[in-house]
Design a protein around this ligand. Sequence first.
Ligand SMILES: Cc1cc2nc3c(=O)[nH]c(=O)nc-3n(C[C@H](O)[C@H](O)[C@H](O)COP(=O)(O)O)c2cc1C
Length: 221
Amino acid sequence: MKDLKRLPYEQVKGLLPRPAVGSSERIISLPEPDRTSGMPLMGTLWLRKSTREFDQTPLPLKQLSELLWAAAGVNRSMGGGRTAPSPLGETVVDVYTCLPAGAYRYDPIHHCLELKRAADLRSMTGYQDFVGMAPLDLVYVANHGRMQEVPPKLRETFAAAAAGAMAQSVYLYCASAGLGTVVRGWLNRRQLAEHMALNEDEEPILSQTVGRAAGHVNTPT
Ligand SMILES: Cc1cc2nc3c(=O)[nH]c(=O)nc-3n(C[C@H](O)[C@H](O)[C@H](O)COP(=O)(O)O)c2cc1C
């Protein structure tokens, strides 16, 4: 992904949110993530890579649950610690999922998805063709309102580092689960924020497409 010149606010031309596909449940409860499955860490690091060709098969709820937990889930009941580090232990980045049925915010405490907008916003999450076709685009949204304790000059870096840690957890989960993924910084932040109905403190800073790599032969896990 070398073409960084178009990174700023160029409109995603002709693109509008598409109508939601299927029923846009207000809350999607996610199954408990499996604590024991998956490949050993070293094996997943050997497999980690970016994929940019996906098939359109929806992800099973189990995989959606596990990849969101990997990104931002609660892994310590005492104190509610998360799978990814965060500045001052404060959740400064929220994870949103853009699915055909709508855009949802991941609630790590209740391990569920809360409907933000009943529209298919996948195509709005980046400029590349595959983003609107793959079954899932994650959006990492920095919440500047929760960074009051962080010196202003450090806020952008801290949010980016927090989002990067989450994205790497998703990469490793995908490597382990036989899924493809690519993290993306080439997106129109302003346009996406508007379509996601975010408030002025919230800024989409990274996206990440997830799905089965095109041509992937499914192997039982
Ligand atoms: C901050 C960041 C932004 C990125 N933005 C994009 C992007 O907008 N589109 C894309 O296709 N890949 C994007 N990538 C993925 C890189 O192009 C990819 O990681 C790199 O080419 C190395 O390939 P690998 O991940 O397979 O090792 C981004 C990666 C990072 C870390």
